[in-house]
Design a protein around this ligand. Sequence first.
Ligand code: COA
Length: 320
Amino acid sequence: MTTRIIGTGSYVPEQIVTNNDLAQIVETSDQWVRSRTGIGERRIATVEGTSQMAARAARRALEQAKVEPEAIDLILLGTSTPDYCFPSGACEIQGMIGAVNAVCYDISAACSGFVFALNTAHAFISSGIYKTALVIGSDVISKLIDWTDRSTCVLFGDGAGAVVVTADVKGIMGIHMRSDGKKGQVLTCGARTNGNFLLGKKPELGYMSMEGQEVFKFAVKRVPECIGQLLEETKVSAEAVRYFIIHQANYRIIESIAKRFKVDLEKFPVNMEFYGNTSSGSVPLLLDEMNRAGRLSRGDKVVLSGFGAGLTWGATLLEW
Ligand code: COA
């Protein structure tokens, strides 16, 4: 038995913030951001939190899968921006959608969060522990951003995507995940757990900080390496893959990965122009867009890949 995606859904907030809007608050330009990243605009949450966005994406995925919330055994939410320290976002979502029989928890792997959560659900399903799961990536990264820091504020946006997965004879063909905690400080954000009662230190809120070039170098090296290993393990060639759905951080990263595999860029769909980097939301958001546009056919081989803070990176190969 393996794990098959039987429904997808997504949600983005209504409010659009363009590069030109950001040029009003930091020294940047539409031309700079587009040429360096491929990003033109992003959605920013005003009233929605991570769990609310996730629940909306989840409802759409359940509706498409024709699965009732009560049939869900497991809810995994990939996020690094939960609305609360506790309860987990996944538990909140359970309450919102009425998935009363599910066990629920969050997975913290930043922009790899969705892929790590999907692979974790696959481990449970393929071992027979659970049958049907809801896997979600949702982040409101806008809340962690220092909006005076032009090197990070132009890159990110808010959004969520979800999939319903169930045990089936075809679906996930292989997974690969890696982490490198020694390089964690190149992309980091302080938590409010840095206070100390005995030392009389109050917690301080931290903003995201990033060494952009280090993250870029990491992504263009590790992502193709990871996908390459996955393809080797599953004995599938890059040419046989219909689509590579890669975390939407930067168009130049995607171009570099396509070049490495010597496959046409047409196999690398993108939507970062409209949403920026939505962290854990990015891969399922694009997957849902592709699915609803009818671009995925039964039997297509698809690679999903995420990478981000931790450092973390991983991939999933599946047959649609
Ligand atoms: N607008 C205009 N200029 C900017 C800018 C902005 N938004 N951000 C940075 N710059 C400036 C820098 O200050 C620097 O100026 P200087 O030469 O006078 O010092 C110049 O542009 C070049 O900066 P650099 O950091 O070398 O640019 P870059 O080509 O590496 O592009 C990133 C910067 C952030 C777009 C790129 O490094 C990147 O995409 N890294 C990966 C980030 C990522 O994907 N993070 C998420 C991973 S999940």
